[in-house]
Every structure is written in C-alpha cells, then in structure tokens.
Design a protein around this ligand. Structure first.
Ligand SMILES: NC(=O)c1ccc[n+]([C@@H]2O[C@H](COP(=O)([O-])OP(=O)(O)OC[C@H]3O[C@@H](n4cnc5c(N)ncnc54)[C@H](O)[C@@H]3O)[C@@H](O)[C@H]2O)c1
Ligand SMILES: [Fe+2]
Length: 384
C-alpha cells in the first residue's frame, strides 16, 4: 500500500485466539471424541502433553500422541504422521510445540484431508516457543536435507482453528532458543512492515510486535521465569505471524531459509545474523537518495525511539542498536560465531543465492535483488 500501487488489500483472521495461563480451560468447551497430538519427544518427556491429556480424560475422549516431530520437519516425518493419522482418524488435532511441531501438524492434516477428500479435523495449536507465529499462518516449512532447501507449503486451509497462547509453556525454553526464536519474531515484524504487500492492518500487528520484542525479549533471555515478559513475547510472536501471513516477508527470510537448510542452523538465528545486512541493503544505505524502504525503516526507528542527525544516520543507529541487542542476548554478530566451516560456506554461496532468489519471500522484498546482490549479501555475512 505504501507504494500507492495496490488496489485490493486484505486482512483475514479466521483463528480464535485465547491468551494467558487460563487459556487451557478453553479445551473443556471443545467437542472432542478422538484427539491426535503432534509434539516432539521433549514435550512428552517433560510432561507438557499431560496437560492436554488431563483435559481429554475429562472429556472422555480417546487420544493418540505422535511424539516424533523433529526440528525443521522433512517429508519422512510428515509421511509417518500421515500414516498414523490415517489409522486413527481423529476429529481434533493438537499441535503442541515450536514451529516444527505446528508445521508438521498443519502439513499432515492438510494432506490427510486432501487424500480422503474430507473436511479436515479441527486444529488446536499450542505454541511453546515465541517465534514462528505458525499458529496463525497459512505456511508450513518443509526441509529437504539432501537438496539443502526449505520450501513452504501454502494453503489457507492449514491455518489452525483455535490457538491457546499460554506463556507458561514457554518458561522452559532455554536462553539461546529464546533469543533465536525472539529474533525470528522481530524479523517477521520488520519484514512484514517493509513488505510491498504491507497495509494499515498488517502494519498495526507488525509495529506492536516489533515494539514488544524490543521491550521484552532481553528480559525473557535473562530470566526465563519472567512470566510478564514471556506473556508479552508470546503475544508478539502471534501478532507478527498475523502481519506476515497477510503481508508476507522478504529476502532476510529467503536467505535464512537457504542458509538454515544448507548448514542446519536454527531458523531464528539465521534471520538474526542476516537482518542488519538486509536492512542496510533494502534501505539503500550506500546509494544516493532516500528510497521508500528507507523511510519505512525510519518509521520503525522512530517507533523504537531511535533518531540521529540525518535519515541515513538514523538507519545506521537502528542497525547498530539491533546488533547491540543481539550481543546482549548472546546471538553471534560475527561469522565465526555461527561455528560453520568458512570454506564450505563460500563454496555454497552460489547455490544458496539461487535458492534464496527463488524463495517465495523474495517477491515482496522492498528492493528487487539480483542473484549477484544476494551473493554479495552472503559475502558480507562472511566478512562480518
Ligand atoms: N509456518 C510458519 O509460518 C513458519 C514461520 C517461520 C519459521 N517456520 C519454521 O519453524 C521451524 C522452527 O520453529 P521454532 O523456531 O519454534 O523451533 P522448533 O520448533 O524447531 O524448536 C526448537 C527447539 O526448541 C525446543 N523447544 C520448543 N519448545 C520448548 C519449550 N517450551 N521448552 C524447552 N524446549 C522447547 C524443541 O524441542 C526444539 O529442540 C523451522 O522449521 C522454520 O522454518 C515456520
Ligand atoms: Fe521466521
């Protein structure tokens, strides 16, 4: 909208969201006879699945647990889940976990309904990280480890029906994962805000999520038991999800997908290390004049109380303060902090750049990149 070219805009929000520690009680109000729970082994071992099971027992519902979700789900795990869903035939599916568990559940349920040509089971998402926003998006990111790529399944049918944002579920997230996933939220907000598909509604969600991460992420990393900060971050994650579900993202995500798939690095960390470089590129910090994108980043800087003598100086300061936040929360700001082989990285730049250019998120980036631009941005990361 900010380019003044779009004639039709939309913001659809079909998911019912309950927030806070009392949100679990809403399970009692659901009509459930057969429930299927997707989670990873940690969720079962740490007793988090028991919280749902107790509710299902109260409803006299039958249930089955699929605790085989892996980080960055691939087709093997999705096929396994699909086989079990086919055998169990639930009316309700719970997705308990981070983006990996929620994406797995969404993809499996989608394929299951398509296979049988039926209405899909009711999906209830309980995010346990404050990160991907997958609980309200039409995306499920599937990894192909052999090819070294991540590709999104996209279907509005995959958006969960109900979300329970219980911050208590996030209290056990270790500091490093809290930091990585929190920077994923920040990147979602920023990329949605500068996206060529942004509109006033997505801006509202993006602005609030960016501001909230700025105010609360460090507290969550420093003290995982700070439930006030955790609750705000959990809401921010979901709001950023709403923003990018409608506005989409940009090349920070495209490049993070390619980097994460190639080197098996956490999604949020890939975004974080690339973000400062991408802001400078999108804002055109090294080229004459002031682009629309630069002015959009300026809005964000002002929102965060950051100003300097000129508009470009303000963007420089924004980038510096983002790097300072990363240092405070333990995210590497130099290439060696990623602990990946430098020669291998340099050899992979061509293929990562090609994959990033083809990534769906590239379409809505505020600056149109060439494959050579993306190669240069990866080289900048190497030199960081
Ligand atoms: N669908 C979308 O819209 C979307 C958007 C962005 C990213 N993604 C995808 O989501 C995946 C990443 O999700 P993520 O960042 O949430 O990480 P994740 O789900 O892979 O989880 C990361 C780790 O955190 C652990 N964990 C999760 N919750 C925990 C808790 N409460 N306590 C302790 N440990 C906990 C998990 O066991 C796992 O080891 C990637 O595959 C990424 O590509 C999807
Ligand atoms: Fe993300």
């Amino acid at each position: 909208m900010w380019k003044g070219e779009v004639v039709l805009e939309e913001f659809i929000m079909s998911t019912t969201i309950y927030m806070g520690e009392g949100s679990f009680e809403k399970i009692d109000e659901l009509t459930i006879k057969r429930a299927f729970i997707f989670c990873d082994p940690f969720m079962q071992q740490s007793g988090k699945t028991d919280l749902i099971v107790k509710k299902l027992d109260g409803l006299h519902a039958e249930y089955q647990i699929f605790a085989e979700v892996v980080p960055d789900p691939n087709m093997t795990v999705i096929q396994k889940g699909l086989n079990q869903l086919n055998a169990f035939r639930p009316d309700t599916v719970f997705a308990l976990g981070g983006g990996s568990a929620i994406d797995t559940a969404k993809a499996v349920v989608y394929l299951y309904a398509k296979m049988h040509d039926i209405e899909r089971p009711h999906v209830v998402a309980l995010p346990t990280t404050s990160g991907t926003g997958s609980e309200v998006t039409a995306f499920a990111v599937i990894s192909d480890q052999e090819a070294g790529v991540k590709y999104p399944l996209i279907a509005s049918d995959m958006i969960p029906d109900v979300v329970l944002l219980n911050p208590k579920l996030t209290a056990t997230v270790p500091p490093a994962i809290t930091a990585d996933t929190g920077m994923d939220v920040f990147t979602h907000g920023l990329e949605a805000f500068v996206s060529t598909k942004a509109n006033d509604f997505t801006d509202a969600m993006a602005e609030k999520s960016i501001r909230t991460v700025w105010d609360y992420l460090e507290r969550c990393v420093t003290d995982g038991g700070d439930m006030d900060a955790r609750a705000h971050m959990h809401n921010a994650s979901c709001m950023a999800g709403m923003a990018f579900n409608a506005a989409s993202l940009g090349i920070c995500h495209s490049m993070a997908h390619a980097l994460g798939a190639q080197f098996h690095l956490p999604h949020g960390r890939c975004n974080a290390v690339l973000l400062p470089i991408i802001i400078e590129y999108n804002a055109g910090i090294d080229i004459p004049g002031e682009s629309d994108a630069l002015l959009r980043y300026l809005d964000i800087a002002r929102l965060l109380g950051i100003t300097a003598g000129t508009n470009k100086a303000t963007i420089h300061l924004l980038v510096r303060q983002i790097r300072e936040l990363m240092v405070r929360i333990g995210i590497p700001v130099h290439f060696e902090g990623l602990k990946i082989d430098g020669d291998n990285f340099l050899r992979s730049i061509d293929i990562m750049a090609e994959n990033a250019l083809k990534d769906r998120c590239t379409v809505t980036n505020p600056r149109v990149p060439t494959v050579e631009h993306i190669r240069q941005l990866y080289r900048k990361l190497y030199q960081a």
